[in-house]
Design a protein around this ligand. Structure first.
Ligand code: FE2
Length: 295
């Protein structure tokens, strides 16, 4: 058989499958399925996928599905380690002036976090070095945004979020609102690295490809205000050795911040007594893009 004949057979099949979606009533679904077909076939043809590899892929996806339930989402984890989650976020958060960059939401956001006052402590007993976090929320013209809602959540010093413990604790998460000048401030803890769950098929994929499950240290933020694009992001710790190999590709240079270490002798901004412990401080000024009007 000539190469040409082989190529014709393969490309004819692609055309045939793409055409099978021609009658899809929903135009967006039609576009998605036709493009998915083209890219999937291009992958199979480019790597000359063997039948054994196809079976391994089926077995892998089956294992991902079997592990997934309402508390463990192995498919999202797979999307995350392939960078597909981050790419979707990038596509859907168009660059706009100085607007703060978005990054992955991750699996540990929960509704109904406690409200804390400005200057309050959202650590709520979570282990870790105290960290004073402050900044402003402005729109893309630099105008302060009063009463913006800021939601924050993070892992403790042992690398676990409160929801990963079995005791119903609520710690290292909370929300607050900016003051009349768009300012905010609160106590949290210095973020530390932690691994994504790696005891399943996604973990085995990372091991087989020589990749680490570790995430760079980060503090999650969600900021929202009427008329402005809701921002879901993190800040990262400058100097963290994991910045260039974050397992879910969430790091953006603009989100890497200086967490300035303070000696126990340094007075705290609000006079809080830390019992002789060292602490840190970080500033994060948030710029929100205008909300995109639906077209
Ligand atoms: Fe996280």
């Amino acid at each position: 058989m000539t190469g040409t004949e082989q190529e014709i057979r393969e490309s004819d099949l692609v055309d045939h499958v793409v055409a099978a979606f021609d009658e899809t009533p929903d135009p967006r679904l039609k576009e998605l399925m036709r493009a998915l077909t083209r890219h999937l076939h291009a992958f199979v043809r480019e790597v000359r996928l063997t039948e054994r590899e196809w079976q391994q892929a089926i077995d892998f996806l089956t294992a991902v599905g079997h592990l997934t339930n309402d508390r463990r989402q192995e498919f999202i984890l797979l999307s995350d380690v392939l960078g597909a989650s981050m790419q979707t976020i990038t596509v859907n958060n168009q660059a706009y002036g100085d607007a703060t960059e978005a990054t992955v939401v991750g699996p540990f956001f929960v509704e109904g976090s406690p409200e804390i006052p400005l200057g309050g402590d959202l650590a709520a007993g979570a282990a870790g070095q105290p960290c004073w976090v402050e900044g402003t929320v402005t729109d893309a013209t630099g105008k302060p945004v009063p009463n913006a809602r800021i939601e924050v959540w993070e892992a403790d010093d042992d690398g676990f979020y409160d929801v990963q413990y079995d005791d119903d604790r609520i710690a290292a998460r909370g929300h607050l609102h900016t003051d009349a000048d768009g300012g905010y401030r609160f106590w949290a803890i210095v973020p530390t690295p932690y691994p994504i769950p790696y005891d399943g098929p996604v973990g085995r994929l990372l091991a087989a490809t020589g990749r680490s499950p570790m995430r760079a240290s980060h503090l999650h933020f969600l900021a929202e205000a009427p008329g402005l694009r809701t921002l879901v992001t993190h800040i990262f710790v400058r100097g963290d050795e994991l910045l260039d190999r974050d397992s879910v590709f969430g790091v953006r240079d603009s989100l890497v911040k200086d967490f300035a270490h303070q000696t126990p002798q340094t007075p705290t901004p609000d006079g809080r007594d830390l019992d002789g412990r060292p602490w840190s401080r970080v500033r994060f000024d948030i710029v929100l893009a205008p909300a995109v009007t639906a077209s």
